[in-house]
Design a binder for this molecule. Structure first.
Ligand code: G1P
Length: 294
């Protein structure tokens, strides 16, 4: 029987240099988009995809993230004593979201290395991997879309999207052939090859890997076997490429909008667009934006 995807790994040990000075003393995963930190979007996506066991790979100075998902007795008792039930529920809901385990990546040796840190906690079962910088707004959570493919094809699957040619060198890029899926041939692909951060002229396609994966546990041995790649780091992309010699890997052009919230401009876009969609703030925010002349 096919094993269920029950766990999600969040690499969150990066130094957040793209977002200095905001991230000098604060983890980038705790940057706030509208009314919650970036990492909470990812954790909610996992939970809404049916995944309740979360493993977060952290580094130094990441304790605000752990506190955020923990119970805050002080805050809760204050809210209770002031009869602020609604706010109390908001605070409670975060600590009740999921079971979260933390593991430290002591050296920043790359995304593959971060994922490898979770091998013991994940064990011998498939797992999702969520890069919290990528905030994805979707009707059906992106991870849920990938889990569906995994369940149908019994194979690892990566989220991809088309990007402009001058952007591809910021991503992992796949070379792939279309597979018919639910009557369409432009959503699902069988991966033939992949390369991390290719030069524009060497990119095999304009399909970029976005930070959502469903991986199988054999990936851990591949990560152990790869040598440092792009940027001198142990790359997850290189490990998945190694997997291609022993099994099929799929890529899925997910439905939804992705924001690179770890980048200053991407963060602003996420703030504006998710602000406009926010239940209570949206209408007033829209009115405010309309009133600006530029
Ligand atoms: C990572 C992955 C890359 C992927 C990207 C998506 O790169 O290594 O393959 O395309 O996330 O956000 P990073 O942005 O951490 O350099």
């Amino acid at each position: 029987m096919l094993a269920k995807v029950r766990k999600a790994v969040f690499p969150a040990a990066g130094l957040g240099t793209r977002f200095l000075p905001a991230t000098k003393a604060m983890p980038k995963e705790m940057l706030n988009v509208v009314d919650k930190p970036i990492i909470q979007y990812g954790v909610e996506e996992a939970v809404n995809s049916g995944i309740h066991n979360i493993v977060i790979v952290t580094g130094r100075d990441k304790s605000p993230m752990e506190d955020h998902f923990d119970v805050s007795y002080e805050l809760e008792s204050m809210l209770r004593s002031r009869n602020k039930t609604e706010l109390l529920n908001v605070a409670r809901k975060i600590s009740d979201l999921a079971d979260i385990a933390y593991i430290r990546q002591k050296e920043a040796l790359g995304l593959g290395h971060a994922v490898l840190k979770t091998a013991e906690l994940v064990g011998d079962e498939p797992f999702a991997t969520i890069l919290p910088d990528d905030v994805i707004d979707a009707e059906v959570p992106c991870v849920k879309q990938l889990v569906r493919i995994y369940e149908q094809f019994h194979a690892p699957v990566l989220a991809v999207m088309e990007v402009a040619p001058d952007q591809i060198s910021s991503y992992g890029c796949i070379e792939a052939e279309p597979v018919e899926f639910e009557g369409s041939t432009d959503k699902l692909f069988r991966v033939r090859n992949m390369v991390e951060k290719p030069k524009r002229e060497e990119a095999p396609s304009n399909l970029a890997i976005i930070g959502r994966y469903v991986l199988t546990p054999d990936i851990f041995d591949c990560i152990r076997a790869v040598t440092p790649g792009a940027g001198g780091e142990i790359q997850l992309t290189d490990a998945i490429r190694m997997q291609l010699s022993s099994r099929q890997v799929y890529a899925y052009k997910f439905d939804g909008k992705r924001y690179d919230a770890g980048d200053k401009l991407g963060f602003l876009k996420a703030t504006v667009e998710l602000g406009l969609k926010h239940d209570s703030l949206g209408p007033a925010f829209r009115e405010y934006l309309r009133s600006l002349s530029f």
